[in-house]
Ligand binder design. Structure first.
Ligand code: NAP
Length: 308
């Protein structure tokens, strides 16, 4: 079956691209992917998406975006694209069951925050544990929070958190930092930030209600000494991974795996466009993802018109 536009991914970028391409009568097909709704489905309140003065729950926002795209006729499919062939036109994509052809493809597969994979982490995500300070810092006013990591993200998140939290502890597994000197110094100079080094978090512990974070179980990597650090929040900042494995060898990427784009959202293959976190290591916001989703739809629409 041949389609004008196939959109891969269902975060704010994918749904916005779907909204615009469906309103442009391009009858888009959108594959939801492995995490329908994307990263916003693992946050609670979203207070920085314009148009929601009272805030909106992440999964609700994504449901609204989905129904808006569906209202204009987007063919929203569960499942995920497992293979693409961008070497011929029309492009060929496989969803595990069948091949489908597409004149244009919008890649909005997003990025995944790396997590520690320790007990308690999954269960407490959104209930004291977060992987995004910009999204959740404001919920941690006048309390003690920890940031785990030793790169620029950890330093940036820790500094940002000091606007709200009374104390921020950076927990890093080594003594040396991957963070740039300037970011590290800014954190070191901040009176609200303290460092705990050569230390890993082995477990996230709950209050009796099992619903909220109470403390982190720490282990010193040199002495093996185990301790508990009471905290109200823990921010995992050990990096993100763009979901681009499937495009290796087909689309140009930066060393970090993020897709390279030029002139808006054009990738290295004409007719393939990228939107959202998959091509954005810097801003990574729902609103910027939605913005580039709109751009990718307009770029695809113009490109398709030029082909006719
Ligand atoms: P990163 O540079 O890869 O640093 C990840 C940090 O997490 C490292 O300190 C690493 O420890 C630690 N880590 C990784 N896995 C861990 C685990 N399982 N347990 C405990 N610790 C773990 O990632 P990033 O900080 O997200 O930065 C990514 C890129 O974005 C960088 O190029 C950075 O410069 C850039 N960035 C720039 C800015 C800015 O300029 N404003 C802000 C944020 C990010 P080890 O060092 O021991 O491996």
């Amino acid at each position: 079956m041949s389609h004008k536009v196939v959109i891969i991914g269902s975060g704010p970028a994918g749904y916005t691209a779907a909204l615009y391409t469906s309103r442009a009568d391009l009858a888009p097909v959108l594959y939801e992917g492995l995490q329908p709704g994307g990263q916003l489905t693992i946050t609670t309140d979203v207070e920085n998406f314009p148009g929601f003065p009272e805030g909106v729950i992440g999964p609700d926002l994504m449901e609204r975006m989905k129904s808006q795209a569906a209202r204009f006729g987007t063919d929203i499919r569960q499942g995920y694209i497992q293979k693409v062939d961008f070497s011929k036109r029309p492009f060929v994509l496989n969803d595990g069951k069948e091949d489908l052809e597409a004149d244009a493809v919008i890649v909005s597969t997003g990025a995944t925050a790396k997590l520690l994979g320790i007990p308690g982490e999954d269960h407490l995500m959104g209930y004291g544990v977060s992987a995004c300070a910009t999204c959740d810092a404001a919920f941690f006013r006048d309390v003690h929070v920890a940031v785990i990591g030793g790169g620029d993200s950890a330093m940036e998140e820790a500094n940002y958190l000091t606007k709200f939290a009374s104390k921020v502890t950076i927990i890093h597994r080594r003594e040396e930092f991957r963070a740039s000197q300037i970011m590290l110094k800014r954190a070191q100079d901040n009176e609200k930030i303290e460092f705990v080094l050569n230390t890993v978090v082995d477990e996230m512990l709950t209050h009796d209600d099992k619903r909220r974070l109470r403390a982190l179980k720490l282990r010193n990597t040199q002495s093996d000494e185990v301790s508990e650090m009471p905290v109200d929040g823990a921010f995992v900042a050990i990096g993100h991974k763009p979901n681009t494995e499937m495009f290796a060898g087909q689309l140009d990427m930066h060393d970090t795996g993020y897709l390279k784009v030029h002139d808006g959202t054009h990738t290295s293959v004409e007719g393939v466009f990228a939107a959202g976190d998959v091509a954005d290591a810097e801003y990574r916001q729902a609103i910027t993802a939605a913005g580039t989703g709109c751009m990718a739809a307009l770029d695809a629409e113009r490109w398709l018109a030029e082909q006719e």
